[in-house]
Design a protein around this ligand. Structure first.
Ligand SMILES: Cc1cc2nc3c(=O)[nH]c(=O)nc-3n(C[C@H](O)[C@H](O)[C@H](O)COP(=O)(O)OP(=O)(O)OC[C@H]3O[C@@H](n4cnc5c(N)ncnc54)[C@H](O)[C@@H]3O)c2cc1C
Length: 382
């Protein structure tokens, strides 16, 4: 255990969300300590595809707005992190195509395109000929695509590493121990307990992903479930321009460097962060459907991670209404990389100014959550 005994802010968790909050706090001059024991082998951030897919499934208007706003932070953030840490976060703004593989999907995607254009966002409908002109080896049965030219991706591992490195450069301390308990007295946070010692802190940010509800001392239950996503990697097919091709039910393929990242499943499997034959079979079937040239390529890696998912798919972000100094930055579900940049800004502003221009009521830990629907065991998703 480090010799840190007091801090302005203690951050629980050093995934992408804890890392972005640590950097935001340290940048604002707060003496910050991040507790991250692992990361846990099943943590979400390292497993993520890293898509900045703000406009692909705009079924939740609130998440669409937050996602677009967060995505637009990435260009300057990538440049700033490269400048200060030398780490390239792999920011790529080459657009994402959500392809229709059956006529029945066309109307829905066209409706999404129209809605987004009405909202002033750039979003196009590509006819099958346009899709095949851009990506000649894409699914032959493709009947069109929603194309979000400003969506893209980052390398989530590089992003987390760069955020933590920058937080440390700005003075944050990293402690390689799990927090055992959040300490609260008289309606105020007083610190955290880790490795048998207490670190005094007037502000604590809970950013422990799927493990957040397990922290001792929390003043309330948090409705966050681990939802497993399996992934695989192969080389990106030669003579195919880099792309992110997505299908609402059949997963996605994403070019990163010379590799293709194939994803993913949505599985309620508790805290088992393992890959299975069934999960991988589904991913391969889907990926080959989107990009048939993948069929003959060798699988170089497979892995899985646990998304921290709330019943309404929105993060839990903001202060606890009853405990002064306790903040939540958790439950980012399928969009934690996308929403990380904005999450850092919100937490940084709350810690220093006590307010933010983001409406936090729909993200409050005390909002009313819908009943959790019976899960599909293997639903492809981000
Ligand atoms: C397969 C997959 C694909 C995904 N694809 C995308 C995508 O394309 N785009 C996107 O935006 N999002 C995507 N996501 C979602 C995104 O990865 C997550 O929302 C995000 O990484 C959550 O970050 P986090 O920091 O909250 O959680 P995590 O990364 O899980 O980090 C939580 C950390 O808390 C630590 N911890 C746990 N308990 C304690 C404790 N007691 N004390 C201290 N630390 C503790 C753990 O070790 C862990 O490192 C994907 C997720 C998965 C699994």
């Amino acid at each position: 255990m480090s010799r840190v005994s007091t801090a302005d802010v203690a951050i629980i968790g050093g995934g992408v969300i804890g890392a972005v909050c640590a950097r935001a706090a340290a940048e604002r001059g707060l003496h910050t300590v991040v507790f991250e024991p692992g990361p846990d082998p099943a943590a979400a951030s390292a497993a993520s595809a890293g898509m900045l897919a703000a406009q692909i499934e705009p079924t939740d208007q609130l998440l669409l707005g937050l996602g677009v706003r967060s995505r637009d932070h990435y260009e300057p953030l990538a440049a700033a992190l490269k400048d200060t840490t030398g780490i390239d976060i792999g920011f790529w703004r080459g657009g994402i195509a959500s392809v229709a593989l059956a006529d029945a999907e066309v109307d829905q995607l066209r409706e999404y395109v129209a809605l987004q254009r009405q909202a002033g966002l750039r979003c196009d409908w590509l006819e099958p000929g346009d899709v095949h002109e851009r990506w000649p080896t894409a699914a032959p049965e493709c009947v069109g695509a929603l194309y979000a030219p400003e969506d893209g991706a980052v390398d989530p591992q590089a992003l987390t590493r760069a955020l933590l490195a920058d937080a440390r450069r700005l003075g944050a301390a990293l402690v390689s121990e799990p927090v055992e308990e959040i300490r609260i007295a008289d309606g105020r946070v007083t610190g955290v307990r880790a490795a048998g010692s207490t670190v005094a802190a007037e502000r604590v940010v809970l950013a422990a992903g799927a493990w957040s509800p397990r922290l001792k001392g929390l003043p309330r239950d948090l409705p966050i479930e681990p939802v497993r996503g399996q992934m695989a990697m192969t080389p990106w097919p030669a003579d195919t321009p880099p792309a992110i091709l997505y299908h609402i039910r059949h997963g996605y393929v994403l070019a990163r460097g010379g590799d293709a990242i194939l994803g993913s499943t949505m599985e309620h499997a508790g805290f088992e962060g393992k890959v299975t034959n069934e999960g991988l079979a589904q991913i391969f079937r889907s990926a080959v459907r989107l990009l048939p040239a993948l069929a003959s390529l060798t699988v170089s890696r497979s892995w899985a991670g646990l998304r921290p998912v709330t019943p309404d798919g929105r993060p839990i972000l903001g202060p606890d209404p009853d405990v002064a100094g306790l903040y939540y930055a958790t439950g980012h579900g399928r969009n934690g990389v996308l929403l990380a940049a904005l999450t850092g800004e919100v937490i940084g502003d709350l810690l220093t100014k006590g307010e933010t221009d983001v409406d936090l009521a729909p993200l409050s830990p005390t909002r009313s959550f819908p009943e959790i629907p019976e899960p599909d065991i293997l639903t492809p998703d981000t």
